[in-house]
Design a protein. Structure first.
Length: 128
């Protein structure tokens, strides 16, 4: 004889699918937010790298005044290499560009320019 008083305690297929759909939507939202946070973090790391390079370059130029003396209206630019900053202790390795997750080569250059009486710094990265 079959006992009809026992209750089935299982989920229906529709309930399981509803849970899977809700979890999928939740995961999409979470992944999107995490991706945005990672991209912001990489951009901030890049900004800090550039700021670090600029500060090291400023210190290097302050300690090597002859670099500024060689600048004029006819020759308003000077190039120094990351290698110069590392060898003289202004920077420590490794230098990582977080945007591309690659190490910056010692052959990367820093362009120091005299623009309207002010010194500007720009960077051209070479990757290893």
């Amino acid at each position: 004889m079959i006992n009809h008083n026992i209750k089935n305690k299982a989920f229906t297929l529709v309930e399981l699918l509803a849970v899977i759909v809700l979890l999928s939507i939740l995961m999409m939202i979470i992944v999107k937010n995490i991706s945005a946070i990672v991209e912001k973090s990489k951009a901030r790391d890049y900004e800090l790298l550039c700021l670090n390079l600029e500060n090291a370059s400023r210190n290097y130029v302050n300690d090597h005044r002859f670099i500024l003396e060689g600048m004029s209206k006819s020759n308003p630019e000077v190039i120094i290499y990351v290698n110069d900053l590392v060898n003289e202790g202004y920077l420590k390795l490794p230098l990582i560009d977080a945007r591309v997750d690659k190490e910056i080569s010692l052959q990367s250059l820093i362009l120091i320019a005299l623009v309207d009486g002010e010194i500007t710094y720009s960077f051209e990265f070479v990757y290893e």
